[in-house]
Design a binder for this molecule. Structure first.
Ligand code: PMP
Length: 456
């Protein structure tokens, strides 16, 4: 790119290594610099305004200009800008948040534990599960099952749970003791003529076979997102979670619901676990917990996890795990205020109502020549782009069409994200029907423009 010397763009290229970016290509193309936010919109430093149709990274429920969160942060900064929770220390925002989360939980939960990112929360869950197995005198019970296409983060353990090649190739991952079972992507992976329930039964059988082959006494837990996000917005097919949970119950395997994207309204209920009748032992939460105005994540554990953990920590003398900024008071205060706003403004209801409208309007695009599938639930959706509708084959190299339409969207004022050829839409929960209509109109125009380039 032709960046002015000393411009933000030039300095970004010179000094900044970007996550989830082709580092070599970035040196040519440079950054998109976002300068301010306003409701569902963000604006770049050239004055271009975008509908932020990904809510940042699936995370900003209340939009990009919520003054109440700014005020909550300022009040807490003035009162107690930092404290920790090691060695029995605590502070009021954290006690309030822990109580609120446990009371919000859709299944009985015992305690909340605080971390700074989704990855850390999943690592913490994994460590607690291993600790528990040792406490129960079952040191062989250490294997964890997650799914192909699942996303649980990028730290060494959570990236191992993740089932996507980019997070493992050349990183020498996954680590030992992590196994992956099939992904519930019905449209892509069902056999010809196989119904949704049959497909779910087959996947539950796959899981059971894996457990039996490894030895049921060696399997500690199963991690899953209620709806897979970064794997391409995969909504589980009919009967999926019921059948999976029946297998887990049969072998006494813990269920961890990774609610990092689904939590706090995204699927049209407060938690994705409610939308899909999941009864997790551990719930992992981040992103919309604070609308990502502050970094904070949490996990809730039930008595089955807490009781042995408490015994083991008592035997050893401490639960030797925790982060300097885990449960930071400013982040906790912001999270509390954010959850209050979600409740007061019924943003969960909005995810259902306006989300329903979004699903309907995006659904109209299913007949488009370049669209293989439109899928979603609540206020999260994806359009899977194809070069050939009949064979579901991509256009050229897999992901090329997704990148093309994603660029066209940005040129036309919409920030989306393509995961390969799946184009995701996950706007702030405050979006209105009229704004959804504008969004879908831009998507349709981008698809038409892409069709001209692709089909000639
Ligand atoms: N779990 C899920 C379901 C996620 O979507 C993400 C982030 N996209 C993570 C975990 C990891 O969160 P973080 O990026 O905060 O580490």
């Amino acid at each position: 790119m032709d960046a002015q010397p000393n411009s933000l763009e030039a300095r970004d290229i010179h000094y900044h290594l970007h996550p989830y970016t082709d580092a070599r290509k970035h040196q040519e193309t440079g950054p998109v610099i976002i300068e301010k936010g306003d409701g569902i919109y963000v604006e770049d430093n050239a004055g271009n305004r975008y509908i932020e149709a990904m809510a940042g990274l699936w995370s900003v429920a209340v939009g990009f200009s919520e003054q109440r969160l700014v005020d909550a942060a300022a009040r807490q900064f003035a009162k107690l800008p930092y404290y920790h929770s090691f060695s029995s220390k605590s502070h009021s925002p954290l006690v309030d948040l822990a109580e609120k989360l446990v009371k919000m939980a859709p299944v009985p939960m015992s305690k909340a534990f605080f971390t700074n990112s989704g990855s850390e929360a999943n690592d913490s869950a994994m460590k607690m599960i291993w600790y528990r197995s040792n406490a129960l005198g079952q040191p062989q019970r250490k294997k964890i099952i997650s799914r192909q296409r699942g996303y649980h983060g990028v730290t060494i353990a959570s990236a191992s749970l993740t089932g996507l090649p980019n997070n493992q190739t050349s990183f020498d991952l996954p680590i030992a003791n992590v196994l992956h079972t099939s992904s519930p992507h019905y449209w892509r992976e069902a056999l010809p003529g196989e119904g949704e329930e049959q497909f779910s039964t087959r996947l539950a059988d796959d899981l059971e076979q894996l457990i039996l082959a490894e030895g049921p006494e060696t399997i500690a837990a199963f991690f899953g997102e209620p709806v897979m996000g970064a794997g391409g917005v995969i909504v589980p097919p009919a009967g999926y979670w019921e059948k999976i949970q029946a297998v887990l119950a049969k072998y006494d395997i813990l269920l961890v619901a990774d609610e990092v994207i689904c939590g706090f309204g995204r699927t049209g209920n407060m938690f994705g676990s409610q939308t899909f009748n999941m009864r997790p032992d551990i719930m992992v939460m981040s992103k919309q917990i604070s609308s990502s105005y502050q970094p904070i994540s949490a996990l809730m554990i039930n008595e089955r996890v807490f009781e042995p953990l408490a015994d083991e920590s008592n035997r050893i003398g401490t639960f030797g795990h925790g982060f300097t900024c885990g449960g930071h008071p400013v982040a906790a205060a912001v999270a509390l205020e954010n959850l209050n706003i979600i409740e007061e403004r019924d943003l969960v209801g909005n995810a259902r109502r306006v989300g329903g409208h979004m699903q309907e309007r995006l659904g109209e695009l299913a007949s488009h020549d370049l669209v293989g599938e439109v899928r979603g639930v609540g206020m999260i959706a994806a359009i899977e782009l194809v070069g050939d509708k009949a064979t579901k084959a991509p256009w050229g190299k897999a992901g090329a069409l997704g990148a093309l339409v994603n660029d066209l969207l940005r040129q036309n004022g919409v920030i989306s994200r393509n995961m390969g050829d799946a184009l995701a839409f996950c706007p702030p929960l405050i979006i209105t029907e009229a704004q959804v209509d504008t969004l879908v109109d831009v998507v349709k125009r981008a698809l038409d423009a892409a069709a001209v380039q692709v089909k000639g």
